[in-house]
Write a protein that binds this ligand. Structure first.
Ligand SMILES: [Zn+2]
Length: 464
């Protein structure tokens, strides 16, 4: 598989450190609110990368942190009159609700900053000892000038960064680009004891510490949104490599931005949507489909039009699945004949196409296109006369490929016991030759986008 590595700005062949195993770290949310659609993209695309690696036989160890110490959490706690712990606990639970709805599997480990304070202190002490960090008035800063490779991820050198840096009113730092590893307590906010007095960790240090603690000094893949390249990931590299003397992550993978109606998402523009809001209007799987409809590095535009397109596209997949299930119930068992074998081989070419797309830097747009072609061909060729074996094979193939993308996972019984009841009522009406009522129910269902077909094998429900 080839992955675009931000570190080299090239698509590279992916080779894991240990054959058959992948160690992967994804920067997680700061838990002070419901997450927005921009955050949802990395969760979904890196979940898909993980699913694909597992599909290819890798054992993936996946770590995604929760930032549960942050100014935003402290501010939210003050606003709501509760403790920062209560704020983060609440939004971690809410994260799991939305992530699960979007089909994002749980990480193997979801570490929190508050559970790693001692490890963070030890890490910072080591950096001071090695001469990469210094303490001033209870703050500890990373000394960027001491780390020669500073800027290697974002491709900026220290002089240019300093020239472009806003002049901060912070006389105590040696260098404008130096960043806080530990912040001294200012008033009575959340703080822990440390060798430098009471305080709390800076933001970047947590990911260096947790990645090292749970995955080792060097990992295979470190991933996150493009907005994290600088300064967050640049600083993670500096801290980690200064501390261990080894490369921190071998492949740095970053996803592109989400625009809203072709504009950048921002609170001031009022186009800042949480996933929770969007789920009031759209099914979660439609949101996932939308997020995978573009290759992950390309920008993606969130608009009503594209959401409607995603909804319709997903319905076509579901209709194909239902159609095959319906055929399967009624087909007969017999050996595959030559024609059927040939047909199945044709279907399998789309598996190859799907894999080729995913191998090319997880091109989910092309992978979805391959499934579309498969569905089109299956719809045109698979018939009730075919053997159960062929129909089952076709259905399995469809579920295999959509499963890698985390799609077609909805259970049928979630669609509408109500619809089911109406259909049964109509059947009863037909039996009693009350065709006026039967037709009325049919029209009523049509208004909901549900078409009913009477086939010799029974009633077929088609949801548009
Ligand atoms: Zn991080």
């Amino acid at each position: 598989m080839r992955l675009f590595n931000t570190l080299t700005r090239k698509k590279e062949e992916f080779i894991s450190m240990i054959p058959g195993e992948v160690k992967m770290y994804v920067c997680g949310p700061t838990v002070y609110n419901y997450f927005h659609i921009g955050n949802a993209r990395p969760f979904v695309v890196f979940d898909t990368l993980r699913r694909y690696l597992e599909y290819r036989g890798y054992k993936v160890t996946y770590v995604q942190n929760f930032t549960d110490v942050d100014d935003k959490i402290i501010n939210r706690a003050e606003e709501e009159g509760i403790s920062p712990e209560e704020v983060s606990k609440k939004y971690i639970q809410e994260y799991f609700k939305d992530a699960e709805a979007l089909g994002v599997k749980r990480a193997d480990i979801h570490p929190k900053v508050t559970e790693n304070i001692q490890e963070i202190i030890t890490f910072v002490e080591k950096l001071i000892k090695k001469g990469y960090a210094y303490e001033v008035n209870g703050d500890v800063y990373f000394d960027t000038a001491r780390f020669e490779d500073y800027g290697k991820l974002s491709k900026q050198n220290l002089e240019d960064l300093e020239a472009g840096a806003r002049i901060e009113v912070n006389e105590i730092k040696k260098n404008p680009m130096d960043f806080a590893l530990w912040k001294a307590q200012k008033s009575d906010e959340l703080a822990w004891n440390s060798p430098w007095g009471k305080g709390r960790p800076g933001w970047h240090i947590e990911c260096s510490v947790m990645s090292t603690r749970y995955l080792g000094e060097t990992i295979d893949i470190h991933a996150g949104g493009q907005d994290l390249i600088f300064p967050h990931h640049e600083n993670e590299i500096a801290q980690s490599e200064a501390c261990s003397g080894h490369p921190f992550a071998r492949y740095w993978i970053h996803n592109g931005y989400i625009n809203i109606d072709n504009e950048k998402m921002s609170k001031s523009k009022g186009n800042f949507f949480t996933v929770r809001d969007i789920l009031k209007e759209y099914d979660a799987e439609t949101v996932r489909f939308f997020l995978l409809s573009a290759q992950y590095r390309n920008p993606i535009n969130f608009s009503r039009e594209l959401m409607e397109q995603s909804k319709n596209a997903l319905e076509r997949f579901y209709n194909a699945k239902k159609n095959l299930e319906h055929l399967l119930e009624n087909a007969v068992e017999k050996e595959l004949d030559a024609i059927e074998k040939d047909l199945y081989h044709r279907f399998e070419k789309y598996r190859q196409k799907f894999i080729e797309a995913m191998e090319d830097d997880i091109n989910t747009a092309d992978a979805i296109a391959a499934i579309f072609e498969l569905v089109k061909e299956m719809n045109a060729t698979v018939r009730i006369e075919h053997s159960k074996q062929l129909i089952k094979g076709s259905l399995d193939l469809l579920m295999e490929l959509t499963g890698v993308l985390g799609l077609l996972t909805k259970k049928e019984d979630t669609i509408d016991t109500e619809v089911e009841e109406l259909v049964q009522l109509r059947q009863k009406a037909r039996k009693e030759k009350n065709f006026a009522l039967a037709d009325q129910i049919r029209d009523q269902l049509k208004e909901r986008g549900i078409t009913i077909e009477d086939t010799p094998q029974g009633v077929r429900i088609i949801k548009k």
